[in-house]
Design a protein around this ligand. Structure first.
Ligand code: ZN
Length: 1106
């Protein structure tokens, strides 16, 4: 029953909202959104020219924003005693594996009919070896303008030669500097880590060492560790990452299980010389009690009572009297002696931020996400598109199981690139479409091997041989490489796009341009809060900023409008109408769209009618008394409209309350905090009805992506309302207790970015792998109807999919492992495309190589997503225990198989994983796995879904927030002040700090901050006058205010969501909220401090080893 009614004409709504500033924000200043480059696909004119020295990024910071290289680290006075053990670069050389084969791609299937091409002269594609020699030494300047290094230039025999003299000398030098018996063969210094060829590492000894070796080495056992078992990146004199504070010395032994009582302290014990270990520290402020999390971890053996075991301060050492006097005060682990995230980030930035990351080498570990670096594609996908937990995969599944290191890739197929980097080229093969393997359907890529003079190619994924289509034939040069190698992106680059043919389109029809439908809740709360007026006012200008393709003058995207409460109102905004027309559908049980013509329109053509509608909507519902809403029918209406228009699209739904009105998908309030920590807690994360899962499935089939903006004043069941956005590849934004004055700026920024950002529709992603491994599990916002295809109604530049791999056969060190991620999608102009990302990884037979090429940030991204999915089906405690256990196994395996022999009392961490304990503890303490009393059920469901689509940079800062001392900022420089560790003891009450985690920015003001600084930043004369209701910093004309605001703007520009700014005064009520993010400290909800957790991990590892 549809009713046509002429909308009455209200007075034009022309008054700008107070505080509304149009498009003046730095991050959203107009058509081109920083960080969201326009899609411009120029003709491919050969390979990317040599790396050009970039102009300083203007407001774009790929994934970070830490100070540029060279910024001084601001150390608190006590940080000067940083233990040398943990100073050093993160990374080891990419490989120490066997020398590469002469041939660029090996033939896993054994001898083939094409033996004439197998004499080692075929060098097609990327060299098979990780061959660090191919990478210029860190000190070698990259020559601007130099031609891309043809991969075949690199002569593989180089790798068999002796290591460069300088490296050898350094190794000798380092060996001379090592202390004691723990490291007879020292690793190269950090800066040269990548210059060392594999041959400089003698082969490892095959036999595993005994699990634990308390005391001196056994007779006949060599003390020197095999070099490959050493972390290779220690920049100062150090043994492997021995946890000095946890050394088996008698003082600590009481903490860590049965001590070796009769052993004298070992000679050459590094921390004794450092001296920092003996430093006494007071208890943490506010957390004087015993370790509250201890009971969760089971009861450890040994004499001291369990709750105290992990609190070094409270444990008298049983052997105290037997100690040499100088060791007696060593009671407490010095936080400066345990691995510091800040130091690791800083080291990586210094070591790797100065030169571009060139992707021509297999298995290369990229710089950290916190390092600002540029990428040059030479055959492997940029780490902005794909990051892996390890770049060296164990050859066998037994090895992988033994290590427990998950093999996963975090893929962001449409990632935004900085302006200095080139977008993937678009390759058009005309009607014949992309060239693919006949058997596995992999797309042409740099790793395919051309044979028989170029008439056929052998697939690098399945080894099948395919005829080269006549139009694609090209001769090979004397190295076996096609002579058009550099003219074709798909032969020379890691990432590129193909124009899809009609075969790749739904129903064999080219798609129409997508549509955006804006669906606005006009119930009482939405109108009363000013939200409806705000949205309508914003849309009037925002519609001019819809995504456009390349140089197109206007967006091809059509728009439509719906308002709703218990019923739905559709609007006809056809350009020929003088006034918009409203059609009401009150039969929400069987949703249909009452009009076809005039619902989805071109913005320019219908500009006047749309403007009139947006003026009238707030007036029409100004006096509404309707408080109830429907929700599922709204999505159904959008879906039906897209179906009728035969296009894909996105619904922007602005919603305020639990949908309790009588309609399909009606929900009840089932929130129950009593379920926390029970076996039923998982139900809080599950949808309360399967209705929305079925709806999501229909939406995906149509390419209908849902972005949901929530404005709740109470529980509205995010776990259920989020199902459709989540499974369609959409986003959820939540503004609890929305207040126009304080929240509109954040909401409008999010909306602008969400509407403008690059997005693909009707997307299907498949990840192909070379023989031996296969993608087995997927995490992210998508739908899967089979085991291989990840379907997303929409996929934007921020969305990430984490893919796990498992072995199904043996891998070989020679051939390595390949991934090819192919994303089929419809562009915002309606063009069907394939985006291809390729990545080659090394394979290893030595566990040490696995541990040396891991990336902890990516590992944490995977582990967090794995755990956050686990809470849907298992009690939270089970999920937490499983996480701890897996990480303990990872570290125990390293200790057992890779670390040099040493006392069992020592905690030895792989260099690349030395932050695993601190980051893992942050995941365990997060709101999803250990909620505080102020965290609502909706918050937890929201965070759970959010994290599942995060990339590595986002999970990194989300779990370990960035803490910057603002009062240390240099007002004359563009750089950020050096970050400090997230602990209250690092804060000084005379300073102002900023903490950001991707969702919030806290500005913390100490009680003793100089009055002048307060005046400059807040415009008030004293600490007590600072309002903690501020949501923005006042605009004041002085250098400090300008500097702080520019830092805030810079950080906002780096994140995919506009962060909520909260001013916190020391000793104020809000400070508890802030302290929740000081993740190295004990949390009020029972989360362990970093030090305590490290002790706990150590105990777990020792139990596994004994
Ligand atoms: Zn194949």
């Amino acid at each position: 029953m549809s009713v046509n009614q002429q909308a009455h004409t209200g007075p034009p709504y022309g008054q700008p909202q107070p505080g509304y500033q149009g498009y003046q924000q730095p991050a959203y200043g107009g058509q081109s959104l920083p960080g969201v480059p326009q899609a411009q696909y120029g003709a491919y004119n050969g390979p990317v020219p040599g790396y050009q020295q970039p102009v300083p990024p203007q407001g774009y910071f790929p994934s970070l924003g830490f100070p540029l290289k060279g910024s001084p680290v601001s150390l608190n006075s006590d940080t000067s005693s940083l233990a040398p053990n943990f100073i050093g670069s993160l990374r080891a050389p990419p490989t120490s594996g066997a020398p590469p084969p002469a041939s660029g791609a090996s033939h896993p299937s054994g001898p083939l009919a094409y033996s004439q091409f197998e004499h080692g002269d075929v060098q097609n594609g990327i060299p098979a070896s990780a061959a660090p020699v191919q990478r210029p030494p860190a000190s070698q300047p990259f020559l601007p303008g130099s031609a891309p290094t043809p991969v075949s230039q690199i002569s593989t025999f180089q790798q068999y030669g002796p290591p460069p003299a300088s490296v050898q000398q350094l190794r000798n030098h380092m060996a001379g500097m090592t202390i004691g018996s723990t490291a007879a063969s020292a690793p190269p210094p950090a800066g040269l880590g990548y210059g060392v060829g594999p041959s400089s590492y003698p082969p490892t000894t095959g036999a595993p060492r005994p699990p634990a070796m308390p005391g001196p080495p056994l007779p006949g056992q060599t003390v020197a560790a095999p070099p490959s078992s050493q972390p290779n990146h220690v920049s100062s004199p150090p043994p492997p990452s021995t946890m000095a504070g946890l050394h088996p010395g008698p003082p600590m032994s009481g903490l860590h299980g049965p001590p070796p009582p009769t052993h004298p302290p070992q000679p050459g014990y590094p921390m004794q010389q450092n001296g920092s270990f003996g430093q006494m520290r007071g208890p943490q402020p506010n957390y004087g009690g015993a370790y509250p999390g201890a009971p969760n971890y089971g009861s450890p053996p040994g004499p001291p009572p369990p709750p105290k075991r992990l609190d070094p301060d409270s444990i008298p050492s049983p052997q105290l009297n037997e100690l040499p006097p100088q060791q007696k005060p060593r009671h407490r682990i010095d936080p400066d002696a345990i691995p510091s995230p800040i130091q690791v980030i800083e080291d990586d930035r210094n070591n790797r931020g100065s030169e571009p990351f060139v992707t021509g080498v297999r298995g290369q570990v990229p710089p950290l996400v916190t390092t600002n670096f540029l990428v040059k594609d030479q055959g492997n996908a940029s780490p902005r598109y794909i990051r892996c937990t390890s770049y060296n995969i164990p050859c066998t599944s037994d090895m992988a199981k033994q290590s427990q290191v998950p093999l996963a890739a975090v893929i962001k197929p449409l990632a935004a690139l900085p302006p200095e980097e080139t977008l993937p080229y678009l390759v058009d093969h005309g009607e014949s479409g992309p060239v693919r393997c006949n058997r596995c359907k992999a797309y042409m890529c740099p790793f395919m091997q051309f044979i028989e003079g170029g008439r056929r190619f052998q697939c690098c994924f399945c080894s099948c041989v395919t005829e080269v289509p006549p139009h694609y034939f090209q001769h090979l040069d004397h190295t076996g490489k096609r002579v058009d190698f550099y003219d074709r992106p798909e032969l020379s680059l890691g990432s590129y796009e193909f124009l899809a043919t009609v075969d790749y389109c739904k129903n064999n029809k080219f798609p129409s341009p997508p549509a955006f439908i804006f669906m606005i809740d006009v119930s009482y709360n939405a109108v009363k809060s000013g939200l409806v007026r705000l949205i309508c006012e914003e849309l009037k200008s925002l519609l001019d900023y819809l995504p456009r393709e390349g140089n197109m003058e206007e967006s091809a995207i059509r728009v439509g409008f719906v308002t709703y409460n218990k019923v739905l109102h559709f609007y006809n905004v056809k350009s020929s109408l003088a006034q918009p027309q409203m059609m009401v559908v009150s039969d929400v049980a069987d949703m249909f769209v009452p009009l076809l013509d005039g619902f989805l329109v071109n913005v320019n053509e219908s500009r006047t009618v749309i403007a009139s509608l947006l003026d009238q909507i707030p007036e029409m519902f100004a006096d509404t008394r309707e408080t109830e809403t429907v929700f599922a029918p709204v999505i159904q209406a959008g879906l039906e409209a897209l179906k009728a228009a035969e296009c894909a699209g996105k619904l922007f739904i602005f919603h305020t309350s639990l949908p309790i009105a009588e309609a399909p998908g009606k929900l009840k309030n089932r929130d129950d905090r009593k379920l926390i920590n029970t076996d039923k807690e998982k139900t809080l994360f599950q949808p309360q009805t399967s209705f929305y899962n079925n709806l999501a499935k229909d939406c995906v089939a149509q390419g209908c992506c849902v972005d949901l903006f929530l404005f709740p004043n109470q529980y509205l069941d995010v776990a259920t309302l989020g199902v459709v956005p989540y499974q369609t590849g959409g986003s959820i934004y939540k503004y609890a207790y929305f207040q126009l004055e304080t929240d509109q700026y954040r909401f409008l920024n999010d909306l602008r970015r969400d509407v403008q950002k690059e997005v693909g529709f009707d997307a299907v992603m498949r990840v192909r792998t070379s023989t031996g491994i296969r993608a087995t599990d997927f995490f992210g916002a998508f739908y899967m109807s089979n085991t291989t295809d990840v379907e997303m109604a929409g996929l934007d530049c921020d969305k990430t999919i984490t893919v796990e791999f498992k072995h199904d056969d043996k891998l070989s060190e020679d051939s390595g492992a390949l991934l090819q991620c192919a994303l089929l999608y419809t562009s915002c102009a309606g063009q069907r495309r394939l985006r291809i990302h390729n990545l080659s990884l090394n394979c290893c037979t030595q566990l040490a190589d696995l541990y040396r090429n891991c990336e902890t940030d990516t590992l944490i991204n995977y582990l967090a997503k794995f755990a956050y999915r686990g809470v849907l089906s298992s009690p939270v405690k089970t999920v937490r225990d499983a996480l701890i256990n897996q990480c303990a196994q990872i570290l125990a395996c390293y200790r057992k198989n890779c670390a040099s022999p040493s006392s069992a009392g020592q905690l030895i961490l792989p260099e690349c994983m030395k932050l695993l304990p601190v980051y893992l503890n942050c995941v365990l303490k997060s709101d999803v796995l250990q909620p505080g009393p102020e965290v609502t059920t909706d918050d937890r469901a929201y965070i759970r879904q959010l994290v599942t689509s995060m990339d590595v940079a986002e999970t990194n800062v989300f779990f370990y927030p960035r803490l910057l001392p603002l009062t240390k900022a240099d007002v004359d420089s563009d750089s950020l002040p050096a970050a400090i560790r997230n602990s209250e003891e690092r804060l000084s009450k005379g300073d102002i700090y900023l903490l950001e985690n991707g969702l919030n920015i806290f500005v913390w003001v100490g009680v003793s901050v100089q009055q002048g600084l307060i005046q400059n930043l807040f415009g008030v004369s004293s600490f007590s006058q600072i309002s903690n209701a501020l949501s923005t910093l006042p605009v004041l004309e002085n250098p400090f205010s300008k500097k702080v605001r520019s830092i805030v703007d810079m950080l906002q520009g780096q994140r995919s969501r506009y962060m909520k700014l909260i001013v916190v005064k020391q000793e104020d009520k809000l400070e508890m909220l802030f302290k929740h993010f000081l993740v190295e400290d004990k949390s009020l909800t029972g989360g362990a401090s970093y030090v305590d957790f490290l002790c706990h991990m150590h105990k777990e590892i020792r139990q596994l080893l004994s």
